[in-house]
Design a protein around this ligand. Structure first.
Ligand code: PLP
Length: 454
């Protein structure tokens, strides 16, 4: 169909992130206009269930008046002040206090950013700063994982373990390397238990550390459940096995909670579901339910003390963003955390998770689905041409086709790495709405099967 006026103007003006720009010129965008609850509406008034919570972030859904009011009130009171050298404000202080209180580890201090990428970029700098302060400047390497996703700034994209983020960008930068992806469906060998698989991955990590030289390895970064790399739920015992190795070689554990933080897995942080003991933590996205762009890095006392000493020596801690601790973003985040607590959002996720898992895993029998996985309120369908061999399709873009068929059915989902369709609805979704989501997905899957066969 011909492009609408808005779509034409879009194609003439915008460069879209993460988009096949050539194809976009032909198809144009879906222009969304408003949202309410778990739904968004396009410019023709058609409704869509936002099955990916925007980009894994709109946990309280759309049209939350309390969040609107929190932003407006702060804008009226003090729309901006920075927190560089000697300035501060109430919302930044209160939010940092709250984060310390709920953090999944002994957190000493909080540093604010505007995004997950900035948070992880800050993590890289802090790891380097910390080891310089400790007088061991050779301890700089950071081990991330293949298919991990940590953002797109130069350092964060280097941590990310996906080909699209490296390729022509000449990344990763030096001192960043990638160990195995803990993907049971693809990685487990015949006869291997999940625990055996975890031990094997930990052993591979140890071999990498020994190969590189433990005196050069500073940190390990991981998402509890990998998001954009395929919604990969690690095998049983994975993080304890990995962390045993990290402790042995004095390697910091950076926990990237940008997707899992604030209830996604049915606990406040993914660390609590998957038994991670982080030294530092990155958060963003659901911190404000995406009503404002805000992220944070939380660090333990040892890292903080090193920063204090180093900044005394250098005259300043030379890192920070204009919008670090933005008062409006902080006020919205405070309100978001208050709502999570008051409405017992996290407990409700845990209560709804079995129903969500039943509906998602119900698709395992579909001819296109190789693996259907879910934990908390995040899940995925990994599509294969052959369920026995797990071989992929000769036709490219099957998951993308499925996402577009979902869209026609009134369901927004996203194809991610590895012919996988990600499902990550707002945390406020009800069981009846989970059914509606799954019914729309089921219809799209059947149409996709016909498309693959054609
Ligand atoms: N870390 C994780 C786990 C993410 O999923 C993302 C974004 O999807 C990021 C970091 C980067 O966050 P942002 O896109 O806000 O820069």
């Amino acid at each position: 169909s011909p492009l609408s006026n808005l779509a034409v103007r879009d194609v003439e003006t915008l460069i879209h992130p993460y988009t096949n720009l050539a194809q976009h010129r032909e198809t144009g965008p879906l222009v969304l206009e408003r949202g309410q609850g778990i739904r968004v509406y396009d410019s023709n008034g058609k409704d869509y269930i936002e099955g990916l919570a925007g980009l894994w972030c709109t946990s309280l859904g759309y049209g939350n008046e309390e969040l609107v009011e929190a932003a407006a009130a702060q804008m009226r009171k003090l729309s901006f002040t920075h927190i560089f050298g000697g300035k501060s404000h109430d919302p930044a202080i209160e939010l940092a206090e709250k984060l310390k209180e709920i953090a999944p580890a002994e957190i000493s201090k909080v540093f604010f950013t505007s995004s997950g990428s900035e948070a992880n970029d800050t993590q890289v700098k802090l790891v380097w700063y910390y080891n310089n302060a400790l007088g061991r400047p050779e301890k700089k390497k950071i081990i991330a994982r293949q298919r991990g996703y940590h953002g797109v700034t130069i350092a964060s994209a280097s941590l990310t373990g996906l080909p699209a983020n490296h390729g022509d960008f000449d990344l990763p930068i030096k001192n960043i390397m990638h160990t195995d992806c803990p993907h049971p469906y693809r990685g487990m060998e015949a006869g291997e238990s999940e625990e055996d698989f975890s031990r094997r991955l930990a052993q591979n990590l140890e071999e990498m550390i020994l190969r590189e030289g433990p005196e050069t390895v500073a940190a390990f970064i991981a998402e509890p459940v990998m998001g954009a790399g395929g919604v990969i739920i690690p095998p049983k015992g994975y993080f304890p096995a990995i962390q045993e190795v990290l402790r042995k070689y004095d390697v910091l554990m950076i926990d990237d909670e940008v997707i899992c933080g604030f209830g996604r897995l049915g606990t406040m942080f993914g660390a609590q579901t998957l038994d991670i003991r982080p030294d530092t933590v990155s958060v963003a996205k659901a911190l404000s339910s995406a009503y404002q762009p805000i992220g944070a890095v939380m660090v333990n006392e040892a890292v903080y003390q090193a920063m204090v000493e180093e900044s005394r020596k250098l005259g300043t801690f030379g890192h920070g963003y204009t919008y670090s601790g933005h008062p409006v973003a902080a006020a919205v985040a405070i309100k978001t955390l208050e709502i999570y607590e008051r409405e017992n959002i996290v407990g409700q996720v845990a209560a709804k998770a079995p129903h969500f898992a039943r509906r998602i895993q119900g698709f395992a029998d579909h001819p296109l689905v190789g693996d259907a996985r879910a934990l908390g309120l995040i899940g995925a369908l990994e599509l294969v041409a052959n369920k026995e061999t797990k071989a992929g399709f000769t036709k490219p873009g099957v998951a993308a086709k499925l996402a577009s068929l979902c869209e026609a059915e009134g369901l927004i989902l996203r194809a991610i790495f590895g012919e996988t369709l990600a499902i990550c609805p707002p945390l406020i979704i009800t069981e009846a709405e989970i059914d509606e989501l799954a019914d729309r997905l089921g219809r799209a899957l059947d149409q996709c099967e016909a498309w693959v066969a054609a």
